[in-house]
Write a new protein. Structure first.
Length: 430
């Protein structure tokens, strides 16, 4: 006990001599964080948004490759680094936009929620790949629901989806589902669209893909990916440089090894041979495929993304059957040896927290708080600090305009393709 008191007294004594410096530093960082959040919220509140609905004719046979080119064009929103003055004094943040799939009793809809400043960019990128598409400005569909959810009338369930491994590992993309024979070609969105087409009454399935540019080769996720690849190849990375104690331990180990082998083998003080053998190790076919897949992802334009899923229905008819249909559909993008998409347990509304487990009386309050949070995040299209990085190929796999092969009955399409008037059409002037 006396030892513990002595430690406490020592800590108090040190604090007594240093508080005049420590306390102001702590207060400064707290103030700086609060100030940054304030000016960033103020900047974001000034952004004007527009909601666009996408529709294409029935006979369009475009593959997800077309949507990949759309996302590649939209990478132009990336600023390649916000200037210090704009970031710290104006609160400027990287711009983002949201691509959304909405299923309800009346049909399946595709939307883009974008800042007004990027509307022309979005429309030109889409028309370039889908010339016969129709893009209309519509009212934001979330405004047809109460601001506070869940409530006495509606119940919700939701979660964010994240990658199960590091960002450099890719998921299964649309080339895997394609076949030279059109009859055998699969659309990875078909299961999700079919689930949305079976909704009735007040049932709603909403999927949201919020994206912002992930940057060039200097971005931290690419540096991390390159380190993982170098490690697989046996190369020494910047993060693998040895400290003083590691070097000394290695030298002692080498000396001991040579000492015991001296009776039958000449001492070898050259460690380069061992490094050469480790760097030139033979990779299995699986490891080679893994390297190719990761290098392919690193070579593409990429976006930081938040994938959000919400299911809404009246309380008296709420059913979890449709939830499993959507979460199960994401399983098809999984590569066991690479990556997969999974529910983020930190945002899952049905997941009990430690607080709920510790105090069961607060379980309903904790669950309501989670549901309210994910509803607000969806409604306001909030880009969370924790994101995953997807290449344009991966994004196009997860979100694209379904081709004519998807025959979901409630998928909203144009009944006829737009056409230009014939040349030489007489025009009567009044």
């Amino acid at each position: 006990m006396s030892v513990l008191l002595g430690i406490i007294n020592s800590i108090l004594e040190v604090f007594n001599y240093t508080f005049w410096f420590v306390v102001p530093v702590i207060l400064f960082f707290l103030f700086w964080d609060y100030r940054m959040k304030y000016i960033q919220d103020k900047y974001i509140a000034k952004i004007k948004w527009v909601t666009l609905e996408l529709r294409v004719p029935k006979e369009v046979f475009k593959t997800p490759k077309a949507m990949e080119q759309v996302f590649a064009s939209l990478h132009a929103i990336y600023s390649f680094g916000i200037k210090g003055h704009d970031r710290y004094f104006k609160g400027k943040v990287e711009p983002w936009m949201s691509f959304e799939m909405v299923g309800r009793g009346g049909g399946v809809h595709f939307y883009v929620r974008t800042p007004v400043d990027f509307r022309n960019l979005v429309e030109s990128a889409i028309f370039a790949q889908y010339p016969s598409a129709e893009i209309n400005e519509v009212d934001d569909y979330v405004d047809f629901f109460p601001i506070i959810m869940p409530n006495n009338d509606y119940e919700i369930w939701g979660t964010d989806f994240i990658l199960s491994k590091e960002d450099v590992y890719p998921i299964k993309t649309y080339p895997y589902f394609e076949d030279k024979d059109k009859e055998k070609r699969l659309d990875p969105l078909a299961p999700i669209v079919e689930a949305m087409s079976k909704l009735k009454g007040n049932e709603n399935i909403w999927l949201q893909f919020i994206i912002k540019g992930a940057g060039d080769a200097t971005h931290k996720w690419k540096k991390k990916g390159e380190e993982i690849i170098d490690k697989m190849l046996g190369k020494e990375t910047k993060g693998s440089k040895k400290g003083v104690f590691a070097v000394i331990s290695e030298e002692i180990g080498l000396w001991i090894g040579n000492f015991f082998k001296a009776s039958y083998e000449l001492p070898n003080w050259d460690k380069s041979v061992e490094k050469k053998e480790s760097s030139s190790k033979n990779l299995s076919h699986g490891e080679q495929d893994k390297l190719k897949a990761m290098e392919n992802k690193l070579s593409q334009l990429s976006f930081e993304a938040v994938i959000r899923f919400i299911y809404i229905d009246k309380k008296d008819t709420f059913s979890r059957a449709h939830i499993s249909s959507v979460t199960g559909a994401f399983k098809q993008f999984a590569y066991i040896h690479l990556n997969s998409v999974k529910a983020n347990l930190e945002t899952l509304t049905g997941k009990n927290t430690w607080l709920a487990n510790l105090f069961p009386i607060y379980k309903k309050r904790v669950e309501f708080a989670r549901k309210r949070k994910i509803w607000d995040n969806y409604r306001l299209r909030i880009m969370l600090p924790k994101t995953c990085v997807f290449s344009v190929e991966e994004l196009a796999t997860l979100y694209h305009i379904p081709s004519a092969m998807v025959e979901a009955p409630k998928l909203r399409r144009l009944e006829a393709k737009k056409g230009e008037p014939p040349e030489g059409l007489p025009i009567e002037t009044i």
